[in-house]
Design a protein around this ligand. Structure first.
Ligand SMILES: *Cc1c(COP(=O)(O)O)cnc(C)c1O
Length: 228
C-alpha cells in the first residue's frame, strides 16, 4: 500500500479507537515518524494532508528539513544531546524526549536566544530499562518542578516508550501508568505546567494507547513501511 493509503487506514483506526474509548477523535494527533525516510516520503504524506512529523536524529533531520517543501510541523522525539539542541532551534515546535534538567536548561537557553518558547514533554522510563532514556517515575515530579522554573519553555505533558511486547496488550499497563503519573503531577498544581499531552503509542500499540488517554501517537513503520 502507498503512504497515502496507509495514512488513511491509520486515521480510520485512530477514529475507531477514540470512539471505542468514548473520546473525540480530534483530541488525538498523529505524529508521522519519518526517521530514516527520505524527504520525498514526507512531502508525499504532507501532500495528502498529514502535517505533523516526528524525527529522532539531529543531523538527518536538519538535512531533511531543508528538502521538505510542504508546510509541516516537526516534533523532535529521539534522545537528544544537549550540545545538539542549537541545531534544532526554530525547526521544531515540541520536544518529546526531555528527561533531565541539564537538557531542559539548554533548550531554555537556545530558545531564549531566538526570543521564543519551546513546548516540551517529559519522557518517563516506566519499564526501568537501562537501554532507554527517560526519567524514573520517582524522579519525574521533582524534575517537573525544577524544569518549570526555566523561561522559554513550557511543559505540556509526558511521553513514554514502554518495553517491547509482541502483543499490544502488554503495553497497556504502562500507558495507564503514564496517565496516572500525569494526574499526580497535575494535582501538584505547579505554576506554568499543564499536563495536556500524553505522547504514547507506536505502530504496534497506538490503539491501546488511545484507549488509555494518548493525545499524541507516534507512528512510523505503519505509515512509511520498514526502515532501511
Ligand atoms: C521510531 C520511533 C517511533 C515509531 O515507531 P514505529 O514502531 O515505527 O511506529 C515512535 N516513537 C519513538 C520515540 C521512536 O523512536
Amino acid at each position: 500500500m502507498s503512504i497515502v493509503d496507509n495514512l488513511r487506514v491509520i486515521q480510520e483506526r485512530i477514529s475507531a479507537a477514540s470512539l471505542r474509548a468514548g473520546r473525540d477523535p480530534s483530541e488525538i494527533r498523529l505524529v508521522a515518524v519519518s526517521k530514516t525516510q527520505a524527504a520525498g516520503a514526507v512531502n508525499e504524506a504532507a501532500e495528502s494532508g498529514q502535517r505533523l512529523f516526528g524525527e529522532n536524529y539531529v543531523q538527518e533531520f536538519t538535512a531533511k528539513a531543508t528538502e521538505v517543501t510542504e508546510p509541516v510541523e516537526w516534533h523532535f522525539i529521539g534522545s537528544l544531546q544537549s550540545n545538539k539542541v542549537k541545531y534544532i532551534v526554530g525547526l521544531v515546535t515540541t520536544i518529546h524526549s526531555v528527561d533531565r534538567l541539564s537538557l531542559a536548561q539548554e533548550i531554555s537557553r537556545q530558545w531564549g536566544r531566538v526570543g521564543s518558547c519551546c513546548d516540551i514533554l517529559l519522557e518517563v522510563n516506566l519499564g526501568g530499562e537501562s537501554t532507554k532514556g527517560g526519567a524514573t517515575i520517582d524522579a519525574t515530579l521533582e524534575l517537573t518542578r525544577e524544569i518549570a522554573k526555566l523561561p522559554n519553555l513550557r511543559i505540556r505533558g509526558l511521553m513514554t516508550i514502554p518495553p517491547f511486547f509482541d502483543d499490544p496488550e502488554g503495553a497497556r499497563p504502562y500507558f495507564r501508568e503514564l496517565k496516572r503519573l500525569s494526574g499526580v503531577i497535575s494535582a501538584a498544581e505547579i505554576p506554568g505546567v499543564e499536563m495536556a499531552e500524553l505522547s504514547m503509542g507506536m505502530s504496534g500499540d497506538f490503539e491501546a494507547a488511545i484507549e488509555e488517554g494518548a493525545t499524541l501517537v507516534r507512528v512510523g513503520t505503519a505509515i512509511f513501511g520498514k526502515r532501511g
